[in-house]
Unconditional design. Structure first.
Length: 132
């Protein structure tokens, strides 16, 4: 829904996902849904709330040691770029580094997985270049 630029629907879907994850006791799922919601709220010009939620998502996924932390860092980089450029750059650097580490851990014969990780890394890397 974010990719389709249907931001209100993305906001609603991410809120519902967060509620479901919370009911299931899935902290990482809740945090990832918060990151998605932050991106939707940012696009809907609710930038302060978006920044707060993105930071909460990073904090939660950092505490749990989640391999999906890069997603929250990327969301934080996106929503902080206008209000806290230094935080945005730091978050994007972390996201790019995490994806590189994941990519480098895969054996060379895992070409399809390696390509998916490289593709995922492209968006935060591009934004990082724009901000740097």
């Amino acid at each position: 829904l974010l990719a389709d630029k249907n931001f209100a629907a993305a906001r609603d879907a991410s809120r519902e996902a967060a509620d479901i994850a919370q009911l299931l006791g899935n902290r990482d799922g809740t945090a990832l849904a918060l990151a998605e919601n932050a991106q939707a709220l940012f696009a809907l010009n609710q930038k302060k709330v978006a920044l707060t939620q993105a930071r909460e998502s990073v904090t939660s996924l950092t505490a749990s040691g989640s391999g999906e932390l890069w997603r929250a860092q990327f969301a934080l980089g996106q929503v902080a770029r206008e209000t806290d450029k230094a935080a945005a750059i730091a978050a994007l650097r972390e996201a790019v580094a995490a994806l590189k580490a994941i990519h480098d851990q895969l054996s060379p014969d895992q070409t399809e997985r390696r390509q998916r990780i490289a593709n995922a890394r492209a968006a935060p890397a591009k934004l990082l270049l724009e901000l740097s």
